[in-house]
Unconditional design. Structure first.
Length: 345
């Protein structure tokens, strides 16, 4: 009997903790909107894990939309910016700095940075731009609701369509090289899905993986693929895109089709990319925040926003130099032929 009473007591305590956490999330959202309305000021920390073009575009789009919010509400926005420049020690220091001097909202760009901040300051509302898989990264409970003060937009590429693009545009490819940082959960999530889909498919396509831990390792890893693969694929990976010039040069010098997930990679020699508009994605992140501030939406109950139909950009110049034809994808929807601008334009 005594044991039964103890078990019941433990269950009641657990339920009470869950209830208080849920109420706390709701009060956090409500109190934030109320506090901002009363003070007329919103403090926002922007924490970037690394400086690459997509992250700069995400910041730009976020600020554009928040400027509209400021203009319509009269709320003054005070920004504090941090950039870890890909340094793990700086990622931890930034998280500590934010936890010590907490803002109203954190706009975070980079999954490792988001994990570090959420660990040290879990009560602060975090908005993440272009997270690949927040569930695998343990930032959110599910894609349908985060369960914590966390809202996000995702850049998870539609893997089946990505594979179809590679097979259709370069049907001769049987060996596909992949370079990624296994320390980035977003990359691992994409690679795992890619391998799972390839196992399900009937067409032969073998994956050759090369793992790197920093941008300095990228050149050697790409070189080790030469002679073993007919094409290279780059998942969403901050480390890899920090060395995109090196990868692009190797691909061009060795006439290897390079597939990417960001549009700026085309300028460095990528053949094709299934890309999102990161400026718009930044605006979408800010729109989620506006729902919290203007409508009192509960961040813990909001779904992660995804884009199922990104634009396919094909590099017309690389297509010609590689002796490939665009006829195979002529009937595809949402496809654009990209050409580099002349230096005089």
């Amino acid at each position: 009997m005594k044991r039964l009473i103890i078990i019941v007591a433990v269950v009641l305590v657990a339920l009470a903790v869950i209830f208080l956490q849920t109420q706390g999330d709701k009060q956090t959202a409500g109190s934030l909107a109320e506090r901002v309305e009363e003070s007329g000021t919103l403090t926002v920390a922007i924490a970037s894990e690394i400086e690459i073009v997509p992250i700069a575009q995400l910041r730009e789009g976020f600020r554009q939309e928040m400027q509209l919010y400021s203009g319509s509400s009269g709320v003054e926005i005070e920004y504090t910016e941090y950039n870890a420049a890909g340094d793990k020690a700086l990622i931890a220091q930034i998280a500590d700095a934010i936890a010590t001097n907490p803002p109203d909202v954190i706009y975070v760009l980079g999954t490792s940075q988001a994990q570090a901040i959420q660990k040290r300051a879990p009560a602060i509302l975090m908005v993440q731009g272009a997270v690949t898989d927040p569930v695998s990264a343990k930032l959110a409970e599910s894609w349908d609701r985060s369960g914590v003060p966390y809202i996000a937009t995702s850049d998870m590429p539609p893997i089946p369509r990505q594979i179809a693009l590679i097979r259709t545009l370069t049907p001769h490819v049987r060996n596909l090289g992949v370079v990624y940082n296994p320390g980035e959960t977003n990359s691992v999530a994409v690679i795992d899905r890619l391998k799972a889909k390839l196992k399900q498919g009937s067409a032969e396509l073998m994956l050759h993986e090369r793992a790197v831990t920093n941008t300095a390792d990228v050149a050697q890893s790409v070189e080790s693929l030469l002679g073993h693969v007919e094409a290279i694929y780059l998942p969403p990976d901050n480390t890899i895109y920090g060395a995109i010039k090196v990868i692009g040069k190797e691909a061009k010098d060795n006439s290897i089709p390079l597939y990417a997930t960001t549009k700026p990679a085309l300028e460095e020699g990528a053949l094709a990319t299934m890309a999102l508009n990161f400026t718009e994605l930044g605006r979408d992140s800010a729109k989620l925040l506006r729902q919290v501030l203007e409508q009192g939406a509960d961040p813990a109950a909001m779904p992660i926003i995804t884009n199922r139909n990104p634009t396919v950009y094909v590099n017309g110049e690389r297509l010609k130099k590689l002796g490939l034809s665009r006829d195979a994808i002529r009937e595809w929807h949402n496809v654009e032929i990209w050409r580099p601008q002349s230096k005089g334009s």
